[in-house]
Design a protein around this ligand. Structure first.
Ligand SMILES: Cc1cc2nc3c(=O)[nH]c(=O)nc-3n(C[C@H](O)[C@H](O)[C@H](O)COP(=O)(O)OP(=O)(O)OC[C@H]3O[C@@H](n4cnc5c(N)ncnc54)[C@H](O)[C@@H]3O)c2cc1C
Length: 395
């Protein structure tokens, strides 16, 4: 049987572009369909150190140097006092992943998609996938301008979750019912030292919090996250709620005193969800297409890049053996692996939203072994079995 491609990928964000790079580098005929013209704005600007592994494997990590500000850690403040819990990635269980980058996604995503092309992937952009059909041997994708066939499909369509929504197995996570309001600002005050690029998270009243993500060009992404119930009455005035939340912390308000807004507010509501299935015989999903948990620990792009790595490995095995993701047990292995990564981040997220977060952070910071374990988790090392926290909490 002849196919147009070995693999078709829907979506050109970090999940899709990383998958395309892996498959094209392995010599497979790979198509990627992206509906938007790039560059385009996207939220998800703070990366994690452990994305370095996959990005190095596709020869992309080295292209990031000097283009983006390094992020050596994460600072957690409380609105109530001046306590700062500074997580420094260099002080994790191992010291070999000391930093990540803060990236403006319009630049990062463009660069990564260009990289996928340079690895040999064929990119159709702008073109939108509008239909998928499977039979025992192939998958057919219809787009707004063409129809193409392949042996496997990768759903990297982000929050569109094309395969999950088509098969009705995506569920909103009602226990994480939050809304984020965010914009870009010039000249938000930042730390004058090596830690100028660290993300700053401030815990605010009513289970709300804010982020400040500094970029190389002196602008910063600033967002506030509130309970979706609290957002309702501000629907027509999200900026009003944003500034009200900022005013709840003196340090934050002072840091923003001299700043000017350079990008309008965006709002995303109720963004956490999960899917019952992450793969089938001839399809596999990666990144946001397979699930999304709260952004407090900046896990989204890391999970997208990591799932792209694992999905690519399974597809390459299937292509070389002539098996499918179900007959080869890849579906089972992949789902176990990805759910483990999500579960471990979720454990930290639940800790953050528990009323005990500050108390727990004090304990974390004073116990060397626990601090290193927690730091490794926040650096994205969620598949290691060496982490004491995973063993202690059976996660
Ligand atoms: C408030 C908030 C804050 C966040 N902060 C962070 C953070 O600090 N750090 C972090 O790592 N993550 C963060 N995230 C998460 C991050 O945005 C995502 O996890 C990440 O973008 C997922 O990458 P992806 O490639 O899976 O999907 P995306 O980046 O969404 O890419 C999907 C692509 O698919 C394309 N597409 C969709 N449907 C089709 C179609 N039918 N045909 C063709 N193309 C299609 C889209 O145009 C898009 O370009 C945040 C998320 C939210 C909501």
């Amino acid at each position: 049987m002849r196919f147009d491609f070995d693999v078709i990928i829907i979506g050109g964000g970090p999940g899709g572009a990383t998958t395309a790079s892996y498959l094209a580098l392995a010599g497979y005929k790979t198509a990627l369909i992206e509906k938007s013209e790039f560059p385009r704005f996207k939220i998800g600007e703070s990366l994690l150190p452990y994305s370095k592994g996959p990005l190095e494997e596709i020869n992309f990590w080295q292209k990031l140097e000097s283009k983006y500000i390094p992020k050596f850690g994460a600072k957690f403040f409380s609105h109530a006092n001046d306590d700062c819990f500074h997580i420094v990635f260099e002080k994790a269980l191992t010291e070999d992943h000391p930093f990540a980058y803060e990236v403006q996604r319009q630049d990062f995503d463009q660069q990564l998609l260009d990289h996928a092309k340079s690895c040999g992937a064929t990119v159709f952009q702008p073109d939108e996938a509008i239909g998928i059909d499977y039979d025992d041997h192939s998958v057919t994708v219809r787009t707004t301008s063409q129809t193409m066939t392949a042996q496997f499909l990768v759903d990297a369509s982000g929050r569109n979750s094309m395969t999950a929504i088509k098969q009705s197995h995506r569920h909103t996570d009602t226990s994480l019912s939050h809304t984020a309001i965010f914009g870009h600002f010039k000249d938000v005050e930042r730390s004058p030292d090596k830690f100028a690029g660290d993300i700053i998270i401030t815990v605010l009243p009513n289970l709300s919090w804010s982020w400040v993500i500094p970029f190389l060009d002196q602008s910063s992404s600033v967002g506030v996250v509130v309970q979706s119930n609290d957002f309702r009455k501000y629907k027509s005035n999200p900026g009003g709620l944003f500034w009200q939340k900022i005013s709840q912390c003196n340090n934050l308000q002072n840091a923003m005193k001299q700043s000017t807004q350079s990008k309008d507010f965006d709002v995303v509501a109720n963004y956490s969800y999960h899917c019952d299935q992450l793969a089938g015989h001839r399809w596999i999903s990666v990144g946001d297409a397979l699930g999304f948990i709260d952004p407090i620990f900046s896990s989204g792009v890391h999970l997208a890049i990591s799932s792209a790595k694992y999905a690519s490995k399974h597809i390459i095995n299937c292509l070389s053996e002539g098996s499918t993701l179900i007959t080869s047990d890849a579906k089972h292995d992949y789902e176990e692996k990805i759910r483990k990564g999500f579960r471990r981040f979720r454990w930290a997220i639940d800790l953050f939203y528990s009323s005990k977060f500050e108390e727990q952070m004090k304990r974390v910071m004073t116990n060397e072994q626990i601090r290193r374990s927690f730091t490794s988790l926040l650096a994205g090392d969620v598949w290691s079995e060496e982490n004491l926290l995973f063993r202690l909490n059976s996660i």
